[in-house]
Design a protein around this ligand. Structure first.
Ligand SMILES: [Zn+2]
Length: 71
């Protein structure tokens, strides 16, 4: 029996949560804005620290109730 190792991927893909928007994104060394996901989020975070008002404004995940009128 050949022991097939499931973990064949060498590069570990680490996902981190953006401190600003809370979105999970891939942690990459190529990302100059890490641990933020984007430039915008970093700017937001820096702005928040500057004004000392860390607003955790969660994105409104309002589930739009689609009225299924049966075509
Ligand atoms: Zn973000």
């Amino acid at each position: 029996m050949a022991d097939t190792s499931s973990s064949a991927t060498g590069a570990k893909r680490l996902k981190v949560r953006c401190p600003s928007c809370g979105e999970m994104h891939l942690y990459s060394l190529d990302n100059p804005y890490r641990p933020f996901c984007s430039k915008g989020c970093k700017a937001i975070d820096l702005g928040a620290w500057a004004s000392e008002q860390y607003r955790v404004e969660a994105k409104p995940t309002s589930e739009d109730l689609l009225d299924d009128n049966g075509v």
